[in-house]
Design a binder for this molecule. Structure first.
Ligand SMILES: Nc1nc2c(ncn2[C@@H]2O[C@H](COP(=O)(O)OP(=O)(O)OP(=O)(O)O)[C@@H](O)[C@H]2O)c(=O)[nH]1
Ligand SMILES: [Mg+2]
Length: 303
């Protein structure tokens, strides 16, 4: 299956909610046209603010193009939605030795950080890159075990210490090992649950400065993992994490399990931070690069 088909398949639930209704609204085209489009977008968690903006934009465009056909109008809606992602720069994960690319995965409890660490490792391996994983979630023994299992399955080394060890020390070991072995990518999993925000902030800060010190020439990506099934709450998680870590990209997980995938659009509008990947399942290859046009197309088109 090609990548576009996989994106389409992963977004099926959201498409089921949106595509047919939008098609029907365009077909009916009655006095409630704009309002109905807005309602459909909101129902898919695009969010009230962005939904309103998009519809206003469609309305303005239609006024300026009185002779436009329904197909052209629909195409404009699609363009307007994809344009929300215009801030996105391409993923420049082309690490050059001897500086490994360092990826730090952050996010609250249960969003899919560890699974995403495994999926990312698998992706890089497929691309022929050498990878190392770091189990800096030392909070629970099970978390370390979970990452080790991914490592075994993928034949990727996992740096770990005892449960309760200093996460920054694990990050240090991981980056150091990556450099010593001349590896391409170091992926560091972190804990989502610390007693309070202050702890989490100082923890991430400490990890960040250790990476900066140990690998000053390394590109560092701080990827915030967000669970798409929680809808608009993902926005407040993004706001919160922006305050405590230099988030450079987003990963939206569990899109396969929600009809509210429109939240990705709301997130993209909230802060100019690129969405890097989307998770569409639990398996190693269920992490797909984010493609705005394909994403919007997968949501809007019934076929
Ligand atoms: N359907 C689906 N499930 C996913 C996806 N990503 C992760 N999961 C599942 O979500 C659950 C939690 O994933 P973890 O990777 O353990 O989440 P975490 O953020 O590391 O959790 P903590 O370590 O407890 O903070 C697991 O059952 C995963 O298999 C996805 O894209 N789709
Ligand atoms: Mg975890």
């Amino acid at each position: 299956m090609g990548i576009l088909d996989r994106i389409r398949e992963g977004l099926q639930r959201t498409r089921d909610k949106v595509a047919q209704s939008i098609e029907a609204v365009f077909h009916r085209r009655d006095s409630r046209f704009y309002q109905e489009i807005e309602e459909i977008l909101i129902s898919a968690d695009v969010g009230p603010v962005v939904s309103k903006e998009i519809v206003a934009e469609l309305q303005t465009w239609e006024k300026a193009h009185p002779g436009a056909t329904s197909t052209e109008s629909f195409a404009h809606l699609e363009t307007a939605l994809a344009k929300v992602f215009s801030e996105i720069t391409s993923w420049e994960a082309s690490p050059s030795r001897p500086a490994p690319l360092v990826i730090l995965l952050v996010g609250v409890n249960g969003v899919g950080k560890t699974t995403t660490a495994g999926k990312l490792a698998s992706r890089f391996k497929e691309e022929g890159k050498s990878v190392i994983l770091g189990a800096a979630d030392t909070f629970r023994a099970a978390a370390i075990e979970q990452l080790r299992k991914w490592g075994e399955r993928l034949d990727v080394p996992v740096v770990h210490q005892k449960p309760g060890a200093d996460p920054a020390s694990v990050a240090f070991d991981t980056v150091r090992a990556a450099r010593a072995r001349g590896l391409d990518v170091a992926i560091i999993d972190t804990a989502g649950r610390l007693q309070n925000k202050q702890n989490l902030m100082s923890e991430l800060k400490k990890i960040g400065s250790i990476i900066g010190r140990e690998a000053p020439d390394s590109p560092v990506e701080v990827l915030l993992v967000l669970d798409a099934t929680i809808g608009q709450n993902a926005l407040s998680q993004l706001d919160e994490f922006m305050k405590i870590a230099p988030v450079s990209g987003l990963i939206l997980t569990k899109l396969d399990g929600t009809s509210r995938g429109g939240v990705v659009i709301a997130l993209a509008r909230r802060h100019p931070i690129p969405v890097r990947f989307i998770g569409v399942g639990e398996k190693a290859d269920d992490l797909l690069p984010f493609d705005p046009a394909a994403f919007v197309r997968s949501i809007l088109h019934t076929h």
